[in-house]
Design a protein around this ligand. Structure first.
Ligand code: NJP
Length: 255
């Protein structure tokens, strides 16, 4: 069986997940790229393979428990999984609590919380068997503090934060560490567009006047740094924001 360590990345079809896949591949991992859009993960896998890395595309909806279990079973051929990056997620809408659509909240909870739960549960035996496993939870600064209009996303990301904290306590003494990376403002192609349901102007306004929001690669670099620390070093929680953002509220914008 191959000795190349395997890293599974959810939400690898765009933004932070795709950038993390590129970084972890360059760091020597066989990367398993998962997301719902098969064409995009296949294209990324082809790019990485062309560059001499091992990359396996696997179409997956993290809210589908049976599909997640099938993924876990399919990975046996590679030996124990060393790293899981729980990155799939996102926000839907900015409506206040008084008028938000419960369907949006349910959908955000499904992907940001239950998606993390499904795939973490499914891969924990393999991560433990590796003797040196790492679970990364890509939460958000929205998992640590709220803001008006953020309700459903903030609630879901608080859920992801609690999974990371609780799992770390529960796994203490076992060979699996739990790392939470909480980014602030990251300018990716799709995050704000999804949140504003395809409205380009509203999505662009999120980053208006901000000289240098974080890029997907900035966050991927942070994830890769945390994952490649020696096994006894656990980066519990790392908050990463652009210099222009001092809190969820305080953002410096140039006019
Ligand atoms: O987002 P985006 P980012 N099953 O929209 C996938 C958090 N974050 O890279 O399935 C499986 O480009 C989707 O793929 P597809 C954020 O909450 C961001 O900016 O093909 N996969 C895509 O690959 C999220 O957790 C910012 O549509 C599913 C990916 O998820 C993570 O960082 C700030 C799925 C989303 O990529 C990546 O964000 C922050 C499902 N059911 C936290 N649903 C930020 N950008 O400002 C979605 O604090 N995906």
């Amino acid at each position: 069986m191959s000795t190349v360590p395997t890293a599974v990345i959810t939400g690898a079809s765009s933004g932070i997940g795709a950038a993390t896949a590129r970084r972890l591949a360059a760091a020597g991992y066989r990367v398993v790229l998962t997301a719902r859009r098969k064409d995009r993960i296949e294209a990324l896998a082809a790019e990485l393979t062309e560059a001499g890395h091992e990359a396996v595309p696997y179409a997956l909806d993290v809210t589908d428990r049976a599909a997640v279990e099938a993924l876990a079973a399919s990975l046996d051929r590679y030996g124990p999984v060393r790293v899981l990056v729980n990155n799939a997620g996102g926000a839907l809408g900015t409506e206040p609590v008084a008028s938000a659509d419960p369907a949006d909240w349910r959908s955000m909870y499904e992907v940001n919380v239950l998606g993390v739960l499904h795939i973490t549960q499914a891969l924990l035996p393999a991560l433990t068997a590796s003797g040196d496993g790492t679970v990364v939870v890509l939460s958000s600064t929205a998992g640590l503090a709220t803001y008006e209009g953020g309700g459903g996303y903030v609630a879901a990301k608080h859920g992801a934060h609690v999974i990371a904290e609780t799992l770390r306590l529960e796994l203490c003494g076992q060979p699996v560490r739990v790392i939470e990376i909480a980014p602030g403002m990251v300018k990716t192609e799709e995050f704000a567009l999804t949140r504003y349901r395809g409205d380009q102007d509203k999505a662009a306004a999120v980053y208006a006047g901000v000289a240098e929001p974080l890029t997907a690669d900035d966050v991927a670099d942070t994830v890769t740094w945390a994952v490649t620390r020696p096994p006894h070093v656990n980066i519990d929680l790392l908050v990463v924001r652009p210099r222009a953002q001092a809190s969820n509220y305080k953002v410096h914008r140039e006019s």
